[in-house]
Design a protein around this ligand. Structure first.
Ligand code: FB9
Length: 488
């Protein structure tokens, strides 16, 4: 129907100047024509050019005035030549007519609005507004000044739509030949394949999107960080135990039992199982002594260390708890240098806000070898973070119960044009390492950061709840691209 109309018209005419007009001339809805145009254009039977069309149309208010007249004229006519009282007048016309009519009539200096009395200032008036609206309705052009005034009074609005001018395309034919998409048995049997036209293969057509699983952005960044550590010769530590004893999470790290982080305000303690079953007793004894009275050159904390406090089970607050286990195991064998890393969940009973949840993923790296220095720590931090695309680093002295010296790490972020805190680091204290049984001259340098922060920055996610948790919108998971760490 629409197709034959278009192809038929072009058989006798050079072009269809405006598909909009063409549609109304042949009484077919323009949208239907447009769909056909797109298909004919697709097969190059016609060449279609976009034409942006626009015209002024009347709003409902504007339409009402073409019938009843503009409110200012309605009001003027409601005022008898001898004048009328305001109340009277208000009874004669509709409140909106009165309100708009007053302001316009005054502006046009048609009426004198006394306190009580209303009187005419002119004998008669023209309803230019009504005339203008009618002319616009008939599609006549009117002055821009009038257009702006009527637009301001919301009596007219601009309607835009797209239209097309059509000419014959390279494959033009008065009637579109049925194109076959596949050669079928029937074609062969009927033998009509000889004069069939086969649709060209569209090799750039997008195939059916292959549905498959999608890695969460956090796990994509985790994978990249894992690769970086492995490329640097680090070995991943086993972090498959969210539940940990206070001993490995705190005491083994020489963190005193009355340290604020060890109370339920910061830490999730377990009710069941509330206490740990087994600890290496001889090592526990040495930890007790170093907390209470020091040794190894330290004077300790000088408080009564309680075994039951160390036995309390909790959700680990840092993966450094895994580092303490692995370093203790390392000390039980003839010493060999080690580079370890961990990337897994840690839990902190903290106030939840835009960048903090009660759990996050900690990334930790440590190097354990004889005679390591702070310089080695700074060196490995430069190596590690340069692989994350962060080469401009600054270090600020900091404090951790289990490292001395300690440093916060900052990197200059080109995008934010500011220094961003990207982690913390330090050298594990001898009060932590020597009770484990590590040789005197063995030093352990370590650092940590979160997985969420780099992932939020890389994926431009502002609120951590959009990244992690039940509120995450799955399409984000599905459609997020691979954001390469270190690639600007
Ligand atoms: O991740 C952090 N910041 C960060 C990291 C990378 C990054 O990359 C961008 C692509 C460019 C951007 C930002 N931080 C550590 C710094 C801050 O976000 C900080 O406010 C929050 N920290 C968490 C702890 O919050 C209580 C981040 C988390 C953190 C802090 C310290 C450690 C681990 C995680 C540690 C440690 C440590 C120290 C010494 C020895 C062993 C481990």
């Amino acid at each position: 129907m629409a197709e034959d109309a278009i192809l038929g018209f072009l058989e006798k005419n050079e072009k269809i100047a405006d598909s909009g007009k063409f549609a109304s001339n042949i009484g077919i809805d323009h949208n239907e024509i447009v769909n056909v145009i797109k298909s004919l254009h697709g097969f190059r039977l016609v060449d279609a050019e976009d034409i942006k069309r626009e015209k002024w149309v009347l709003t409902d208010e504007g339409k009402s005035y073409t019938v009843a007249g503009s409110p200012e004229v309605q009001l003027f006519l409601a005022v008898p030549p001898e004048g009328i009282s305001r109340e009277e007048l208000q009874k004669k016309v509709d409140p909106s007519v009165y309100k708009i009519g007053c302001s316009q009539a005054i502006k046009n200096k048609w009426l004198e609005m006394g306190k009580a009395q209303v009187s005419r200032k002119v004998q008669q008036v023209e309803d230019q507004v009504k005339d203008l609206l009618l002319r616009i309705q008939d599609g006549e052009a009117v002055d821009q000044g009038d257009i702006d005034a009527l637009k301001k009074r919301k009596l007219i609005a601009l309607q835009t739509w797209k239209s097309y001018s059509l000419t014959k395309g390279p494959n033009y034919a008065p009637k579109r030949k049925k194109v076959a998409t596949d050669l079928t048995r029937e074609h062969l049997q009927r033998g009509d394949w000889k004069d069939l036209e086969f649709k060209e293969y569209n090799f750039s057509a997008k195939g059916q999107p292959a549905e498959g699983g999608h890695l969460h952005p956090l796990l994509k960044v985790r994978k990249q960080l894992q690769m970086i550590f492995l490329q640097m010769g680090f070995e991943e530590m086993p972090t498959n135990n969210f539940v940990e004893s206070s001993f490995w999470n705190f005491d083994a790290l020489f963190q005193p039992q009355q340290h604020p982080a060890r109370d339920s305000h910061d830490t999730f303690f377990l009710q069941v199982p509330s206490t740990t079953k087994k600890l290496p007793e001889d090592y526990v004894e040495r930890v007790k002594r170093v907390h209470e009275s020091g040794g190894y050159g330290s004077r300790g904390y000088g408080y009564d260390w309680k075994r039951e406090e160390a036995n309390k089970n909790l959700l680990r607050t840092h993966t450094t708890a895994v580092s303490s286990r692995m370093l203790y195991l390392l000390a039980q064998k003839p010493f060999a240098p080690k580079k370890y890393f961990s990337i897994d969940r840690v839990f902190r009973n903290e106030a939840v806000d835009r960048t903090h949840l009660a759990e996050f993923h900690q990334i930790e790296g440590l190097v354990c070898d004889r005679g390591l220095t702070l310089g080695d720590l700074i060196g490995v931090l430069h190596d590690f973070f340069s692989r994350l695309g962060m080469s401009k680093l600054r270090f600020k002295p900091a404090y951790n119960p289990y490292t001395e010296p300690s440093m916060e790490i900052f990197s200059y972020h080109e995008g934010f044009k500011k220094w961003v805190e990207i982690g913390n680091s330090g050298m594990f204290r001898p009060e932590m390492l020597l009770p484990m049984g590590l040789p005197e001259d063995v030093r352990v340098i370590a650092w940590g950061l979160s997985l969420e922060r780099p992932t939020m920055i890389l994926y431009g996610i502002d609120n951590i709840r959009d990244l992690f948790g039940h509120k995450v919108d799955l399409s984000l998971i599905k459609r997020n691209p691979i954001c390469r760490l270190g690639v600007d």
